[in-house]
Design a protein around this ligand. Structure first.
Ligand SMILES: *Cc1c(COP(=O)(O)O)cnc(C)c1O
Length: 400
């Protein structure tokens, strides 16, 4: 006998749970890609994509996953031999930097480790040392999906400004756009990359590169630009076919249209951010309570630097893998495997809580985790689920 039969819940940090309505919108015959409904629909998508990033700058759409957006960002702004500064707070920014190295770009990496956000003093020091302004771009992630840390992108802007440094500020928001608050223009971000399959609740396969006028001027100098990844023809193209440098990702576009309506028109972006914040606080309340006495803890200690879209848990004692297996077999929930925790991967798991996630889903995950810890005799303090209920009910837990 297993209690896992019933609707399975994939609680990994991307691809995230897709709304049935998004999937249904994709279930249709191929549309005409030259004129008509699809063409009109895509013209309308662009302002909404800008709205979720709070920007009036340009956005280029790609048929790719997030790695494609990384490469587009680098090749449109850099030349071989250019230098960039990579701010590592987990696997993802390091991976983006590795891609730059492979393209022939010189990378200076500051690695802040697996449990910390970017320390601005160290960035300021590196910028001050670059008296000739050889650093052309600074790469950071707002949320690193491996560690579940959230970086302060506005503080990074202020650090660049205080140093009087002209490098482009480039942010990877693949894990958190539409989950954590982000203001591209207000925060002075020059370039931002994101993908369809996390906060945007659409299947993997589309990515987006947002770029400021300053980043677009860098495009004029960049010798890494290639015809396919070039962002210029993808922005307000003369003919629709050029939006995607070929056939459009027709069905993804129908799904994305519904997802953006759900975010912007039905719920409202600020409400979406608040929902993610409260659900994240419920998860933190549970683990902070369960872990009061023992080994079990959230990977990121500081609340201000915890992501609202993904949570990395350190169970200790090889219990991350045991619990993950139990959850699949006995509760019908798949938790995320760890990424980058190479010295003791068995201790960790990740919970994806991005996009189409609500109170009952989070309480279901947390209640099942509590049951799993009991079943497997994993030491934990009592009361975690109750602490989450306090947050969800709003009875004082919201500020706790
Ligand atoms: C998921 C993710 C990526 C990679 O996206 P893919 O679609 O898997 O290529 C990059 N950066 C961050 C922060 C992510 O969460």
């Amino acid at each position: 006998m297993s209690l896992a039969h019933g609707r399975h819940y994939l609680a990994i940090p991307g691809p995230s749970v897709m709304p049935d309505r998004v999937l249904q919108a994709m279930h249709r015959a191929a549309p005409n890609i030259y004129t008509g409904e699809l063409v009109e629909m895509v013209h309308g998508l662009v302002p909404d994509l800008k709205a979720v990033a709070r920007t009036s700058h340009d956005v280029a759409m790609y048929i790719s996953n997030g790695h494609g957006a990384w490469e587009a960002a680098l090749t449109n702004t850099l030349s071989r031999g250019d230098k960039i500064l990579v701010l590592g707070t987990g696997r993802f920014c390091i991976g983006w930097g590795d891609m730059a190295t492979a393209l022939g770009v010189e990378t200076q990496v500051i690695d802040f480790g697996l449990t910390s956000d970017i320390e601005m003093a160290q960035v300021a020091e590196a910028l001050a040392a670059d008296t000739e302004h050889r650093i052309k771009a600074v790469l950071a992630v707002q949320v690193d999906t491996s560690t579940s840390v959230k970086n302060d992108i506005l503080a990074l802007r202020q650090t660049l400004d205080a140093a009087g440094h002209p490098a482009l500020l480039c942010s990877d928001n693949i894990a958190c756009l539409g989950c954590d608050a982000f203001f591209m223009d207000e925060w002075g971000v020059d370039l931002m990359v994101t993908g369809s399959q996390k906060g945007l609740m659409t299947p993997p396969g589309m990515s987006f590169v947002y770029f400021s006028d300053k980043a677009d001027r860098a495009r004029d100098q960049a010798d890494l630009v290639t015809p396919y990844w070039d962002w210029r023809p993808r922005v307000e193209p003369e003919i629709f076919y050029r939006y995607f440098c070929g056939t459009a990702p027709t069905h993804h576009l129908y799904g994305l249209r519904v997802a953006l309506d759900m975010i912007l028109k039905e719920e409202g972006l600020e409400n979406v951010w608040s929902r993610h914040a409260t659900l994240a606080r419920a998860i933190w309340a549970a683990f902070d309570t369960w872990g009061q006495g023992g080994e079990l803890k959230l990977n990121i200690a500081e609340r201000e630097t915890r992501s609202h879209s993904v949570t990395t848990v350190d169970m200790g004692g090889g219990n991350g893998a045991r619990l993950r297996d139990w959850m699949i077999a006995e509760a019908g929930i798949t938790l995320g495997v760890p990424l980058g925790m190479d010295d003791r991967p068995e201790d960790f798991f990740r919970i994806g809580h991005m996009g189409h996630v609500n109170a009952q889903m989070v309480l279901g995950v947390l209640g099942s985790i509590e049951a799993g810890m009991k079943a497997l005799q994993i030491p934990h303090d009592p009361g975690g689920l109750g602490a989450a209920v306090e947050v969800i009910s709003g009875s004082g837990g919201l500020t706790a």
